[in-house]
Design a binder for this molecule. Structure first.
Ligand code: C5P
Length: 417
């Protein structure tokens, strides 16, 4: 019996070199929060320059941002004086980070379609630096399909989302759409440490769907994209771990430094995970493994001769539960639970029944997050605790989950006797 070789959380705070923050403010009631944001960012040592849309100026006078940032506020695209002083191209070049907060539904729509009809949208096109966006709007506007499509498009172009959060809204409604608190935005931008919390640790991750063949051309599968599992692999690598990724069929680029094992079926995934589990310190079962597989996979293509047809299915082996049951060298085992109802009840039930160390639960079948989405929110449970990870892009969510796992393995003992 020996203690798992956990290298004490070796906190390696990188100099993120974010010195110049270009804050672009569009017109929503949350503009008042951005004034506080300027103050917080400057307190962290950043230089902040502010751009306001005309709508934003209806909510807060530019003088407020001028006083707080210590620089004139930029509001016009085609203004001789402004272009002479610091035009849109110079502003874009000056920025180490472009932060759009609040980003209204209209602004998000313009950015996702590449419009450039005001200073803010033109800056977005001209910017080559990382872009963060903190959306803020009424909950119905946030849930509207076209807004979600715009968000997904921006994320797929590399834009990083901060929030929005759930809660009471200025319009009197409750739901998603509140701009994240300035202190959280500031933390995300300035103090997001790269914590090498898994240095020396071996992590095995299963990701993506499985395909259960019916015949040579057809299979049973599910809507998993593999994005969460791949994001976890990236986050674990970033945290200093050695990563093995067992992946079902996905159309994602695998992390360069992970050992990749590609599989198709649940049985192949079982084999790949079980033959590697004992050599790893942590197992994260993020794959959407098929629960049932056809008893018979026909050698020839099934013909449509009959009006009705049926397939006999048999239950697949539960990879996660079998890893958690390993008598020797059992890794710290983390499962996922995707639920359409009673999320907490089912997640805690799985935690206990499958004898897991941790479970990350998320809603599916709703109009936000979950399968095949760029964003997600998680409720994480372990024996003596729980934590809610707010809706955000899967990359950042994965980093938060990896930190949480790292905190929880500190007391884990691996039985090698
Ligand atoms: O029991 P349920 O399928 O809802 O549990 C989900 C968790 O179990 C996920 O972590 C998934 O990867 C894992 N699982 C598995 N093998 C199966 C089915 C699910 O490892 N055959």
């Amino acid at each position: 019996m020996f203690r798992l070789a956990i290298i004490r959380a070796f906190i390696h705070i990188l100099d993120l070199a974010i010195k110049h923050i270009l804050l672009a403010v569009s017109g929503g009631i949350a503009v008042y929060k951005s004034a506080e944001l300027v103050r917080l960012l400057r307190k962290q040592g950043a230089q902040v320059r502010v751009v306001m849309t005309h709508a934003a100026m209806q909510f807060v006078n530019p003088l407020t941002f001028q006083a707080l940032s210590g620089h004139p506020v930029h509001t016009e695209l085609l203004d001789v004086d402004e272009e002479h002083a610091m035009g849109h191209i110079s502003l874009a070049r000056w920025a180490d980070v472009l932060l759009i907060a609040p980003a209204t539904a209209n602004t998000l729509a313009k950015l996702s379609h590449g419009l450039a009809d005001d200073l803010l949208s033109t800056l977005y096109l001209a910017a080559t630096c990382p872009v963060y966006v903190a959306p803020a709007m009424n909950q119905a506007m946030w849930h509207k399909l076209v807004t979600q499509e715009n968000i997904q498009k921006l994320i797929s172009h590399g834009v990083m989302m901060i929030g929005p959060e759930q809660g009471d809204q200025a319009c009197g409604e409750t739901g998603y759409g509140r701009m994240s608190e300035p202190v959280d935005i500031c933390r995300r931008l300035m103090a997001e440490p790269v914590i090498e919390c898994l240095s020396g640790i071996k992590v095995l991750i299963s990701a993506g769907p499985t395909r259960e063949p019916l015949d040579p051309v057809r299979y049973l599968t599910n809507r998993s994209s593999g994005k969460m599992g791949y994001a976890l692999a990236e986050a674990a690598l970033k945290a200093g771990a050695t990563v093995t990724l067992v992946s079902g069929p996905v159309s994602l680029v695998p992390p360069v430094n992970a050992a990749l094992i590609q599989v198709e079926t649940a049985a192949q995934m079982y084999q790949a995970v079980m033959s590697n589990a004992e050599q790893h310190d942590i197992y994260i079962g993020a794959a959407a493994v098929a629960d049932y597989s056809p008893v018979l996979s026909e050698q020839q293509k099934i013909k449509k001769h009959t009006e009705r047809s049926s397939v006999t299915l048999q239950k697949t082996k539960d990879i996660l539960a079998d890893v958690a049951k390993l008598p020797r060298n059992r890794p710290f085992t983390v499962g996922f639970a995707a639920e359409t109802d009673n999320l907490e009840y089912y997640a805690k039930d799985k935690l206990i029944k499958k004898k897991l160390d941790m479970i990350a639960a998320n809603w599916v079948g709703r109009d936000l997050g979950g399968f095949d989405s760029e964003q997600n929110a998680l409720q994480v449970f372990w024996e003596n605790g729980a934590k809610n990870l707010q809706m955000t892009d899967k990359k950042y969510l994965a980093e938060q989950l990896i930190s949480l796992i790292a905190e929880n393995i500190k007391n884990y003992e691996k039985n090698t006797a």
